[in-house]
Design a protein around this ligand. Structure first.
Ligand code: GLY
Length: 256
């Protein structure tokens, strides 16, 4: 099997991105582009074949490709992002994913952002957030139930997406900010709490046995390393100003 990482070039208008929990601050576009390239190099260094989709004009947030689709073994679900400005991102991603997977879709009035979907084994935890609503999560549940996958809804009110608060760093091991999401929801898993001085540190991108992770959270990196995880640090400081994180910038899947 090959591991594919689909990414999308950075849009020159990223300074006009959507912001929900962060104040706007100036993004250095050249630096952001370099950081995005380094991120793609990290994916390649871990064995991913990167497929880069061009940036469509006028779609400020399109680099955050994770929010447009959920890609599973047998099919992909094209999502319907919670903010209207991001919905036009989906069509261009569908054109690429249909080369690999059967496509299904979330329909109006449902909304789901991929950042709200945490897959652990045969469970998808779905954040009920400012971006993902009951209708969207119900539609997703109906789609995946035919494949033996269960969806569990998780109230997500203190951060942009569920995966801002919890992500998987090893099979059945989750990195979590317990101030942003209830630990009891994930009680059956091994939980690694972030360092409490690094509130935004719970988003990690697992690629097999390795973890791509922001260099801006050194205290939590130490915790992950002490747990025996191989952390591949990347500097995403410019994209973090756009409320981006490591999972947001790619769609990772296996294909024959
Ligand atoms: N700027 C990322 C988002 O709000 O979707």
């Amino acid at each position: 099997m090959r591991t594919i990482a689909v990414t999308r070039e950075l849009n020159a208008g990223i300074g006009n991105c959507e912001l929900t929990f962060l104040p706007r601050s100036e993004i250095d576009f050249g630096r952001a582009q370099q950081q995005h390239q380094d991120y793609q190099s990290a994916l390649a260094s871990l064995g991913c074949e990167t497929v880069v989709i061009p940036a469509p004009s006028g779609l400020a947030d399109s680099v955050f490709i994770e929010d447009t689709a959920l890609v599973l073994d047998d099919f992909a679900v094209m999502l319907r992002p919670g903010v209207a400005s991001r919905r036009p991102e989906v069509a261009g991603v569908a054109e690429v994913l249909r080369q690999y997977k059967l496509l299904k879709a979330i329909e109006a009035p449902g909304t789901v952002d991929g950042g709200d979907l945490l897959c652990v084994g045969s469970t998808i935890f779905a954040g009920l957030s400012t971006r993902s609503n009951q209708s969207g999560i119900r539609q997703l549940s109906n789609i995946v139930s035919d494949y033996g996958i269960t969806v569990e809804t998780v109230e997500t009110a203190k951060c942009l997406h569920l995966k801002s608060a919890v992500s998987e760093v090893a099979p059945g091991t989750l990195l979590i900010n317990p101030d942003w999401v209830s630990s009891s929801t994930f009680a059956k898993f091994e939980l690694i709490p972030i360092d409490e001085k690094e509130a935004h540190a719970a988003n990690a991108l697992r690629i097999g046995a390795d973890v791509i992770y922001p260099s801006s959270f050194p205290r939590t990196i130490d915790k992950l390393a002490r747990r025996g995880l191989n952390v591949v640090p990347v500097d995403l400081s410019e994209l973090q100003k756009a409320e981006g994180a490591v999972t947001c910038c790619s769609l990772i899947f296996s294909t024959p």
